[in-house]
Design a protein around this ligand. Structure first.
Ligand code: NAD
Length: 487
């Protein structure tokens, strides 16, 4: 391994950004940040607590109550957002390099995520000027119209799997609608989030509108959720964390958007285009190191093609290239953190007692250190197996046969989650009927996981609460006030 994998000019410390200035925690506390290839500490980050959150929320509240941002015309805010998109785009290579180093994501995929972050800003910059609100008239009697208003300080709490992109997914609409924000990024991956402040300053975002506090979820995240001056929390993370946040926000009756875990099925019928289904289901669970909320991590295959599918799938999984995250040839990099690596590896061991191991099953050859896991495939997994039911969030997939459409649907719906579903069949009616019945917030028919930003994003059951995406994000980040006039 050479040093060429280490980006130039890494910070030796990552600070909070509050009221337009980079600052340390009031108590001076820090936490270590690891490089997932060596698990050595490469930098430290300020560990925010309640007192730091209080400063950040006070700054955001001041900017909301007194500053220009909520009062600007949508067109003016839109220009700032477009400049943000331009800057992100112009730095995509550097962003990808830092993100890949900090998170272990393959560099080519990190580059795609950086571009998607720019696209998120551009999309909400356009949407906010296209926004049309309802007006209802009863001729000669009454006129009603809707005032749409920013709500205040939005608390944004994000996970580590595609950190910069997921932050943009919340920052874009929260800012476009005129709110001010406090972002609490994931503690495993604080590096790329530290770039937002410079980007926003350069784009002309007024002081105090964007604030960032690093720190652990149970400290900084918890304080943000419990702060009375934060009326909105947009959270992406584990379902269990979502439950805790839901409880903690309840006394304040906060607006909540929850994008949570998944264990999404990919259902392959015998009449499907098998090659396309194999390619897509390989990508669906092994891209982003399997650390993808919408991963198709349970593959259900019709019995008549089951053995052929398993054989082809296992052979293709063995060909997925595991490598160092900075290498453009790499398809699966290093998992984010040794704690997460241990969790994924424990499921690999559980899987060996629950299914038939047909690919992977441990550390890939040649990678003696770091968080590397070979793409792992278990066949003949029964629906009550833990690897069928529990979110692993790594490059591990369970394959299960089915005999009928009804059984496929029952198996697909047989988890507590309901984020995404992927269906492979050439029978048009079956595809649409299955989509209608499957318990999933998003369905892809004969398609790779590609999202149109205008569509609703969110899960059902334990996978989430509420929807963001397109106008639903605008709805979440604004109050809609009806005004009635007697004519
Ligand atoms: P996590 O729940 O451990 O942490 C997410 C964030 O919440 C982090 O910033 C963390 O510090 C913070 N947090 C933790 N405890 C908190 C508390 N008590 N109060 C406030 N904040 C707290 O999740 P993770 O391990 O970072 O991310 C992986 C999970 O995210 C997976 O379950 C994955 O499916 C899910 N995810 C969902 C989506 C989606 O859109 N549905 C997208 C990406 C990831």
């Amino acid at each position: 391994m050479t040093d060429s994998r280490i980006p130039a000019d890494l910070p030796d410390h990552i600070q909070h950004y509050i009221d337009g200035a980079f600052v340390d925690s009031i108590d001076g506390d820090t936490f270590d940040v690891f490089d997932p290839v060596t698990n050595q500490t490469y930098t430290t980050a300020s560990a925010g607590k309640k007192a730091d959150i209080e400063l950040a929320v006070a700054a955001a509240k001041r900017a909301f109550d007194e500053g220009p941002w909520p009062r600007m015309l949508p067109r003016e805010r839109s220009r700032v957002l477009h400049r943000i998109a331009d800057i992100v785009e112009s730095r995509d290579a550097r962003l990808a390099e830092l993100e890949s180093y900090d998170s272990g994501l393959p560099i080519t995929q990190a580059l795609g995520q950086a571009r998607r972050a720019a696209e998120n800003f551009r999309f909400f910059a356009d949407l906010i000027v296209a926004q049309a609100d309802d007006a209802f008239k009863v001729p000669g009697k009454q006129m009603n119209y809707v005032n749409r208003k920013p709500i205040g300080v939005a608390g944004l709490i994000t996970p580590w799997n595609t950190p910069f992109m997921l932050e943009s997914w919340k920052l874009g609409p929260a800012l476009a609608t005129g709110n001010t924000v406090v972002l609490k990024p994931a503690e495993f991956t604080p590096l790329s989030a530290s770039l937002w402040a410079g980007i926003f300053e350069e784009a002309g975002l007024p002081k105090g509108v964007f604030n960032l506090v690093n720190g652990l979820g149970e400290d900084a995240g918890d304080a943000l959720v419990k702060h009375p001056d934060v009326p909105l929390i947009s959270f992406t993370g584990e379902s269990r964390t979502g439950q805790i946040i839901f409880g903690n926000a309840a006394p304040f009756l906060k607006g909540l958007s929850m994008e949570l875990g998944g264990k999404s099925p990919a259902v392959v019928f015998a009449d499907a285009d098998l090659e396309a289904a194999v390619d897509a289901t390989i990508f669906g669970v092994f891209s982003l190191n399997g650390e993808r909320c919408t991963a198709g991590s349970r593959i259900l295959v019709e019995r008549s093609i089951y053995e052929e599918f398993v054989e082809r799938y296992a052979a293709q999984a063995e060909r997925v290239k595991v490598g160092y995250p900075h290498d453009p040839e790499t398809e699966v990099g290093a998992l984010v953190h040794p704690e997460h690596y241990d969790k994924v590896m424990s499921y690999v061991e559980i899987g060996k007692t629950e299914g038939r191991l047909v690919a992977g099953g441990g550390r890939p050859e040649g990678f003696e250190e770091g968080n590397f896991v070979a793409p792992t495939v278990f066949a003949d997994v029964s629906p009550d197996a833990r690897i069928f039911q529990e979110e692993i969030f790594g490059p591990v997939v369970a394959i299960t046969p089915f005999d009928s459409d009804d059984e496929a649907l029952a198996l697909a719906n047989n988890t507590k989650y309901g984020l995404a579903a992927y269906i492979w069949t050439n029978d048009l009616k079956r595809a649409h009927n299955f989509a209608q019945s499957v318990e999933a917030g998003m369905v892809w028919l004969n398609s790779n996981n590609v999202r149109d930003l205008r569509t609703p994003f969110g899960g059902v059951k334990a996978s989430g609460l509420g929807h963001e995406g397109g106008y639903r994000s605008i709805d979440f980040y604004t109050d809609q006030q009806s005004v009635h006039i007697t004519l």
